[in-house]
Write a protein that binds this ligand. Structure first.
Ligand code: DUC
Ligand code: ZN
Ligand code: ZN
Length: 478
């Protein structure tokens, strides 16, 4: 009797550094061998003609996150993670949001209750910090970091989340003390408010004006401010969802000065434009594309590609932030129809992140397959402290995507398995699609069909960011 649970045979293994025809053997959910002519397993998968890659890790998704203005997210853990595995992902990291006046600990506990038993893939939690009181920064944050919630997001905009400069500095400092990695949403609150009010006075309230209200200069200014605060406190930060040249160049500038700044970009910034927000004749359908920062233009796509190719961006995420288009709580709710200010910010994209990056990146010769793996999996594991994930080698979790790099697919809502009632990429044709998703040695998705594996997804307490520690020239924490 074989002592191997599973052998994936005949495929081409691609990691962030290597590419070779080899078999992969799995026992007890772990990869135990990568080699030629491995012994038979209890289960065998023929991967001939497919690429065998680490399962995608999407370190930026929002599931079941409350929003202040009455909008309700279209995905909880069940549908959001179904959509994730359909897109070739095996781990997601969503956000536990601290509401002002509440404790961070409670936010994390409540989020566990939402996730428990509902997830098709593995998951960790980032925390969103909106109320940095002395006890939150001095006691709750270090205690939670020690328990594996090792990253925290802060916002430079939104009424119910914005932190002022003093607060940002205090969070950076506290994070540096306990080793948390800070993710920063860089858009300037006052500039957006000023623009929004000005546009509203001129009766420019259609969804398109969302993009006009937060131009690249608003993102660039905030990115520069966040970078300066990181320099002052000596703490590494990750600037998330960078949309175009301006903020990208700030990160490049900072890194050239030796500052510890990481960068993330997302699917929408290589594939959507602000013109998509116009919809048909400025009708509400443009709200399907409202997200923050907004998508820009093809010149920005080129700038983002240059940032990807030169290592300014280490991670490529979806920023899956799903809302309904129709109905009472989404993008065309009665309130949202009164002006772009009330359209919920976010779009669903966890299922299309890998196919769109492959199609636009590898297929078009902009990046290698190895870089694809780094951008969609390995770098997320390294930066966010998932030591057992993100590669195909003995000892790693057997989280694997069998990738059909020749398959052409037209993206359509019925393939997405998410809770939203639309996809912003409806009708877009891609080359490259996941044929199978394997979570810790078990097939969870085959040819678009989700197998009955709900509740298999496990919570992942995370280590401190090895990348942040490397950039810091030693431990972030003592
Ligand atoms: N920030 C995000 O990270 N996601 C969606 C909306 C936002 O402002
Ligand atoms: Zn954000
Ligand atoms: Zn986000």
């Amino acid at each position: 009797m074989s002592n191997l649970d599973l052998v994936i045979r005949g495929g081409e293994v691609v990691t962030a550094s290597d590419r070779a025809h080899a078999d992969v053997a799995v026992r007890n959910g772990k990869i135990v061998a990568v080699g030629i002519d491995l012994p038979r397993g209890k289960e065998e998968i023929d991967a001939t003609g497919l690429l065998v890659m680490p399962g995608g890790i999407d370190s930026h998704v929002h599931l079941d996150q409350p929003s202040g203005d009455g909008a309700i997210m279209a995905d909880g853990f069940e549908t959001g993670t179904r959509s994730a595995i359909v897109g070739g992902n095996t781990t997601v990291i969503p956000f536990a949001l601290q509401a002002r006046g509440s404790s961070l600990r409670d936010a994390v506990a409540e989020y566990h209750a939402k996730a428990d038993g509902q997830s098709y893939c593995d998951y960790g939690f980032h925390m969103i910090l909106t109320d940095p009181t002395p006890s939150v920064l001095g006691q709750e944050l270090p205690a939670l970091v020690a328990k594996g919630y090792t990253s925290v997001k802060v916002f430079m905009t939104y009424d119910d989340m914005v932190l002022n400069d003093r607060e940002l500095l205090e969070v950076f400092d506290a994070a540096g003390e306990c080793g948390a990695l800070v993710m920063v949403h860089c858009e300037g609150y006052d500039a957006i408010r000023y623009m929004t009010e000005k546009l509203e006075k001129a009766d420019k309230i259609a969804p398109y004006y969302h993009a006009v209200s937060r131009p690249e200069s608003v993102e660039r200014e905030a990115a520069h401010r966040a970078i300066s605060h990181a320099e002052l406190t000596g703490v590494p930060i990750m600037i998330v969802h960078v949309s175009g040249r301006e903020a990208m160049e700030q990160i490049r500038w900072a890194r050239n000065r030796g500052l510890k700044i990481m960068g993330e970009t997302c699917t929408q910034y290589i594939s959507l434009t602000a013109d998509d927000l116009k919809g048909l004749n400025m009708d509400d359908s443009g709200s399907k594309y409202v997200c923050s920062p907004p998508p820009r233009d093809p010149e920005s796509w080129a700038a983002i590609w240059s940032g990807i190719q030169t290592g300014v961006f280490q991670t490529f995420s979806s920023d899956h932030c799903p809302f309904y288009f129709e109905g009472e709580y989404g993008k065309t709710s009665p309130k949202a129809r009164t002006g772009f200010r009330w359209v919920p910010n976010g779009i669903p994209g966890v299922a299309v992140r890998m196919p769109l990056l492959w199609s636009e990146g590898v297929e078009k010769g902009r990046i290698s397959a190895n870089e694809f793996v780094a951008l969609t999996s390995s770098n997320h594991a390294r930066i966010y402290g998932l030591g057992n994930k993100g590669s195909i080698a003995p000892g790693y979790d057997a989280d694997i995507t069998l990738w059909d790099h020749k398959r052409k697919v037209t993206i359509t809502q019925s393939l997405m398995e998410h809770g939203s009632d639309y996809t912003p990429w409806e009708g877009v044709e891609v080359t490259g699609w996941p044929a199978m998703t394997i979570l810790r040695g078990r097939v969870v998705m085959r040819d678009g069909e989700v197998l009955e594996t709900k509740a298999m997804g496990a919570f992942l307490p995370r280590e401190l960011s090895s990348e942040a520690r490397r950039m810091h020239g030693g431990p972030v924490a003592a």
